[in-house]
Design a protein around this ligand. Structure first.
Ligand code: HEM
Length: 450
């Protein structure tokens, strides 16, 4: 527990060939967890896929931060993603990534994101209003589904002011197809976008629909007045070096990547938050007490947000135990020394945030939900140590981090002001780890008025 996150004193271990390969197809997060518990924090796995699995903050920090120039996303997994995300920020590399990130970073700073606060309150309150009836009728519903709609609604209004309007269901369906595609193992040949597998054909149709919709939004926006939304900012932004704006393809790829990367992750986080609150009534009570004390019955204001300290800790702890974007990988650009071993050029480095965030040497009773670990002066508060990286680390840290955190605080506070979310007896719980980590069968809940 007192191990320094800077030291790695282990050795590279090679499990037997194909060790428990079959587990990848079931639940890959459990497979990686099994590997690290059997073989330690630095593993060379050899099977259908070869990779170096790291599970120590010092190694992760070296890859994401200290020597990040030696690693890129040119891995079989990210290359598959690029069939869906084009050359957007999530997958792009080198100069292209640098220019795009520089251009878009100011749109996601604290001050810029605060402009979406009222919109987030509006969307969350509308949902809470709709829930009044479900509450009165003791209706059982799938919270995961509702959170998905809410975060999609918020993403739609952030990008397009008026939201997706009548295209919401299409967007939801295209998003599911793209996520499903991206989570598939990158098998040779089948992965090629021209291969006529059902998944590839569905992807093609979804991308055609999504890009067509985005192009329509861009065209109509160019002919009308600008709004205070992300699409306007993207259209107006100019690269510092050349003074040129982004072209339509670039804008479409960025918007598509951010809608997909941003809303499923946030909705997974929210679903897990309510799951954990139900499992931990004393935490839930403390959260209610804080919300009653800071906000009472009036609407949440921007000034309240920094005062919701325990609420934020509940979010942090949920992202530790259930990191939505749970898996990460990189490719070595050249020969690299990592953890005292020389790795060849072109090696895949992988890590699981799920395992890292539950590492026994860095977290006391890691399977216990305890928001107080995140108190600022708690010795266990290791946010900068790379034992806790729900939004990544180094230059490729999530660009949407402030947006996501504000959104989670607003939704959690708005709902908890009015309702206690009770997991219904009919809920069947199992964790699934695809592109995001979610409860496999959703979360069946009912509401109780507070
Ligand atoms: C709880 C919600 C979210 C989680 C857990 C999350 C997690 C992550 C993580 C772990 C990464 C880093 C991947 C890496 O190391 O390569 C990332 C990158 C990214 N995220 Fe998020 N994200 C969330 C919300 C959002 C939102 C709301 C947006 C957009 C508005 C967004 C857009 C992006 C983009 C564009 C990148 C790529 C950044 C780059 O490589 O420069 N994310 N996210």
């Amino acid at each position: 527990m007192n191990q320094s996150s800077q030291d790695f004193s282990g050795k590279l271990v090679r499990p037997p060939w194909l060790y428990k390969q079959w587990m990848i197809a079931g639940n890959p997060a459990c497979f990686f967890d099994r590997l690290v518990s059997d073989y330690g924090d630095f593993i060379h796995y050899r099977g259908l896929f070869n990779f170096y699995l790291i599970n120590h903050p010092a190694l992760v920090k070296q890859v994401l931060m200290d020597t990040h120039e030696s690693f890129d996303k040119n891995s079989i997994i990210y290359n598959r993603f690029s069939n869906a995300f084009g050359d957007g920020l999530v997958v792009s590399e080198g100069e292209k990534w640098k220019r795009q990130r520089k251009l878009m970073q100011p749109m996601f700073g604290h001050a810029a994101v605060n402009n979406y606060f009222q919109m987030m309150i509006g969307a969350s309150s509308t949902l809470a209003d709709q829930w009044e009836e479900s509450c009165r009728n003791h209706k059982v519903f799938d919270l995961a589904d509702q959170m998905n709609h809410l975060t999609l609604e918020i993403a739609g209004r952030a990008f397009f002011h008026d939201g997706f309007t009548q295209n919401s269901d299409d967007i939801s369906q295209w998003t599911q197809i793209i996520n499903h595609y991206s989570a598939k193992p990158p098998l040779p040949i089948v992965t090629r976008p021209w291969f006529p597998s059902p998944t590839n054909l569905k992807l093609r149709t979804a991308l055609k629909g999504f890009h067509g919709f985005l192009q329509e939004m861009i065209d109509s926006r160019r002919n009308t007045t600008q709004h205070n939304d992300l699409l306007s900012l993207l259209l107006q932004a100019k690269h510092e070096d050349s003074g040129t704006p982004m072209n339509d393809t670039e804008i479409r790829e960025e918007v598509l990547g951010m809608i997909i990367g941003g809303h499923e992750t946030s909705s997974a986080a929210l679903t897990w938050i309510f799951y954990e609150l139900h499992q931990n009534p004393e935490v839930q009570q403390k959260l209610f007490d804080e919300i009653d004390q800071v906000i009472g019955n009036r609407p949440l204001t921007m000034e309240d947000v920094p005062k919701l300290k325990y609420t934020k800790m509940v979010i942090d702890e949920t992202l530790r135990m259930h990191p939505p974007f749970w898996f990460e990988n990189r490719n070595t650009i050249n020969e690299v020394e990592l953890g005292g071993t020389r790795l060849p050029k072109g090696a895949m480095i992988a890590f699981s945030r799920y395992s890292l965030h539950r590492h026994e040497n860095f977290w006391e009773a890691p399977n216990k939900f305890n928001p107080l670990r995140f108190e600022p002066d708690n010795e266990e508060n290791r946010r900068s140590s790379y034992a806790y990286i729900p939004f990544g680390g180094g230059p490729r840290t999530c660009i949407g981090i402030h947006f996501a955190v504000l959104e989670l605080v607003v939704i959690l506070a708005t709902i908890s002001q009015r309702f206690q979310v009770i997991v219904d007896e009919s809920d069947y719980h199992q964790m699934a780890a695809h592109l995001t980590m979610t409860p496999k069968y959703g979360l069946k809940v009912r509401l109780q008025s507070r």
